[in-house]
Design a protein around this ligand. Structure first.
Ligand code: ADP
Ligand code: ZN
Length: 730
């Protein structure tokens, strides 16, 4: 009888390092140190130490080295292990999105300081005593930091000064140290604090969701309610049930600016604010939140898409609010879609997932029609408010004077509101002052040196900015090409320019500009909500940031400055996206006792999207869109994957893309490849980009087809391949 000869008979630990290039490595256990799968460990690597996660060896193949050569792990962190079902989710995400497992697991991991429960973070705050020597920088810091607390680096960043200025202020006693504890118990939401009295429609929907929470089963819901129907009140009852049962709940939002209005409503419903998770947290908050979530103490979390990967041990309900939003799709790093990953997490961990929206993403609508998702409809506004009346303003008939963008009928409607003391919202989905700056003398358009895109003028900061790579430079006086001065002219409108025009046309009105430049943090969003609710604002001018989530009862007019903008996208979702966007912004009008009106400025009132909006025919619009996708076998009826080839050398990129095109699989049924061609942004952050588009029927095993094709490809070192599954921009 042959002896069992597997080297794994000796104890070994497989450790997934957090570095995609290293991948998994084997180590020997350390006697007395228990490290089951999921444990977060510190291991030696050459002369260094790195962090990793212990994984099931049979799920993560490596070339095994002899057990006698293995080094021991150094330590197991004092942090809860990553739960098994989260490890399975990470594996699924890695396979489905064609991303390294290390990169996926990194999203579940905390900042390093959270791994060490014993260590305190020292933060600083102002003491109130003025330093004797007050330099302009010190004065600026004192001014900016009045209600802030953070580590030196964070304080320096907020105040826009160097670390040395902050350290100087500490030294002279103008700032003092405060210890931020690692573990704080978040206040417990009380499900019985103030339950909503639901309408009959809301009750019917809530009952279905509550039953699924109680049964602890996988159940995907599309909570489809018109704007103002009270979706939030309704799904919060399912959340309440999850908390009441002792479990955890998570609400995902598309933007951090929206966390503020929701957190207020949560406080009204449950008596306390939720734990929040987004990019604006400071280090100590991030650490405390991660640990509270991982221990199961955070019962209710509200967060941006990255909150989905955190190690909740006991999720009982997840809500994806504004489920149609494209910001749930992550466009760098791991290219995942949080809505789809949330559904998979719900399936693996067996809990209900609620996709809430007034304008379902087309994929979700199709699932509901197939019966795989249960659709819960709230057909009318809560409290009997009427839906707003939507009309178009044909810009071919009512052309605004040159250099202006508000047509006469819109101007009159705003004047009307000003007289009646009601509020208006002007919507234009374009940040900055003007999307293009042109030299009248030589015709040059100012472009980004790193991207195939124009620089956008931001007049508030007096800078030109690239919206793709973030480059900014002072707005020049002279044309960078011909050197003439006074010849640069702005072309087209951005929200800043609309605000300027509104200020000129309505000199007495109180205006507020709301874009990610002006309300980028929850604190600023709070100020916006207060200002509008206290009626300190007559006209709100904003980008898509103000199209959703807000409930302003005195706002009765919405003007869509340029409805043609979204129609121009040309990609698969252009029609769907513009429909959703306009329905959402229209939904801000007339939510209180007074009726709302929506005026859409357009050059093509006959376009199917605009026509459907005016006739309030959502069903007809969806039916036509679904039909068109079905005919073309486009998602969700077929699958797409974009393969982006990028690198600093244009010729090398083009050659690699051509080589991939020549070697594309040809004999697979219902699978085809388009391209290569330059990608829509053919230069991005200094890298040239070419693209191939793979199209497959749903029954094709796309993972393995792509694996066979791309896994074997010979790619030069300077060139990167990125696979974007179910791409949004292509
Ligand atoms: P949606 O998210 O569907 O657009 P909201 O949840 O913002 O709608 O609800 C619209 C308004 O109606 C909000 O002010 C909300 O507080 C109120 N509301 C909705 N349902 C109820 C309810 N059952 N009881 C009291 N107020 C409600
Ligand atoms: Zn750029």
């Amino acid at each position: 009888m042959p002896l069992p000869s597997t080297p794994s008979a000796q104890p070994r630990l497989r450790v997934l390092t957090l570095n995609a290039a290293l991948g998994p490595l084997d180590y020997a256990p350390r006697p007395g140190l228990d490290a089951p799968p999921g444990s977060i460990v510190r291991v030696p690597l050459g002369p260094r130490e790195i962090n990793g996660v212990v994984w099931e060896a049979d799920r993560l193949p490596v070339k095994e080295v002899d057990a006698s050569k293995l080094r021991r792990i150094n330590a197991v962190y004092d942090a809860p292990p990553l739960p098994e079902r989260l490890r399975r989710l990470a594996e699924w995400v890695s396979a489905y999105y064609y991303a390294p497992l290390s990169s996926v697991v990194r999203m579940a991991m905390p900042i390093p300081s959270a791994l060490d429960g014993a260590r305190t973070i020292t933060e600083y705050r102002l003491t109130g005593s003025e330093p004797q020597r007050l330099t302009p920088q010190r004065a600026a810091a004192l001014d900016a930091l009045s209600d802030r607390q953070g580590v030196v680096r964070e304080m320096a960043e907020w105040a826009n000064v160097s670390d040395a200025v902050i350290r100087g202020l500490i030294k002279v006693g103008a700032m003092e140290a405060v210890d931020a504890p690692a573990d704080t118990l978040p206040p417990r939401p009380d499900p019985a604090f103030a339950p909503a009295e639901l309408s009959a429609e809301q009750t019917a929907a809530a009952t279905r969701m509550i039953a699924a929470v109680e049964a602890r089963r996988f159940a995907p819901f599309l909570l489809h309610g018109v704007t103002g129907s009270g979706k939030t009140e309704t799904y919060l009852e399912a959340v309440a049930k999850a908390i009441e049962a002792g479990g955890q709940a998570l609400i995902l939002l598309p933007e951090i600016a929206l966390t503020e209005p929701l957190e207020r409503r949560i406080e009204a419903r449950f008596g306390v604010r939720p734990v929040s998770w987004h990019s604006d947290l400071r280090q100590s908050q991030r650490r405390a939140a991660w640990r509270a979530i991982a221990r199961g103490d955070a019962k209710l979390t509200v967060g941006a898409r990255s909150a989905l990967f955190l190690p909740y041990p006991d999720l009982r309900c997840v809500v994806v609010d504004e489920a149609h939003e494209s910001s749930f799709k992550q466009e760098d790093g791991v290219l995942y879609h949080a809505r789809d990953v949330a559904v998979m997490r719900a399936k693996l961990e067996r809990f209900p997932i609620i996709l809430a929206t007034a304008t379902p993403p087309l994929e979700t609508q199709v699932q509901a029609e197939r019966g795989t998702y249960e659709e819960l409809v709230l057909p009318s506004r809560f409290g009997g408010a009427a839906m707003p009346d939507i009309r178009t303003i044909d810009l071919r008939e009512h052309q605004p004077p040159s250099g202006q963008f508000l047509a006469q009928p819109l101007v009159e409607a705003i004047e009307d509101r000003l007289e009646r003391g009601e509020q208006s919202l002007l919507f234009l989905n374009r940040r900055g002052y003007a999307p293009l700056t042109l030299c009248r003398h030589c015709g040059t358009r100012i472009e980004c040196p790193n991207c195939s895109a124009w620089l956008v003028e931001h007049r508030l900061t007096r800078r030109l900015m690239c919206h793709h790579c973030g480059l900014t430079e002072p707005t020049p006086d002279a044309c960078p090409e011909c050197g003439e001065t006074g010849t640069l002219v702005p072309c087209g409108p951005g929200v800043e320019r609309i605000a300027e025009e509104a200020q000129q046309r309505f000199p007495g009105a109180r205006l507020m500009l709301a874009t990610s430049d002006t309300i980028g943090s929850p604190a600023k969003a709070r100020a916006l909500v207060d200002a509008v609710e206290n009626h300190e604002i007559d006209i709100l001018i904003g980008t898509q940031l103000v199209t959703k989530g807000y409930h302003f009862p005195e706002l009765t007019l919405v003007g869509v400055v340029d409805a043609d903008l979204a129609l121009k996208g040309g990609d698969l979702r252009a029609g769907e996206r513009s429909f959703q966007q306009i329905v959402q912004v229209a939904g801000r009008a007339g939510r209180g006792a007074k009726a709302g009106e929506v005026l859409i400025q357009t050059h093509q009132p006959e376009a199917p999207v605009i026509d459907a909006l005016v006739r309030a025919d959502a069903a007809g619009f969806y039916a036509a869109e679904i039909e068109a996708r079905r005919d073309a076998a486009m998602p969700p009826f077929g699958r797409l994957a974009a393969i982006i080839v990028s690198g600093p050398d244009e010729r090398e990129v083009a050659e690699t893309a051509a080589y991939l095109g020549r070697n594309a699989p040809r004999d697979i049924e219902h699978f085809s490849v388009l391209g290569p061609a330059p990608a829509p942004l053919s230069l991005l952050r200094g890298r040239y980009r070419h693209r191939l588009l793979a199209h497959a029927a749903r029954r094709v095993d796309l993972d393995s087809v792509l694996g066979n094709w791309l896994g074997r490809a010979d790619v030069p070192p300077g060139v990167r391949l990125t696979v974007d599954i179910d791409p949004y921009s292509f």
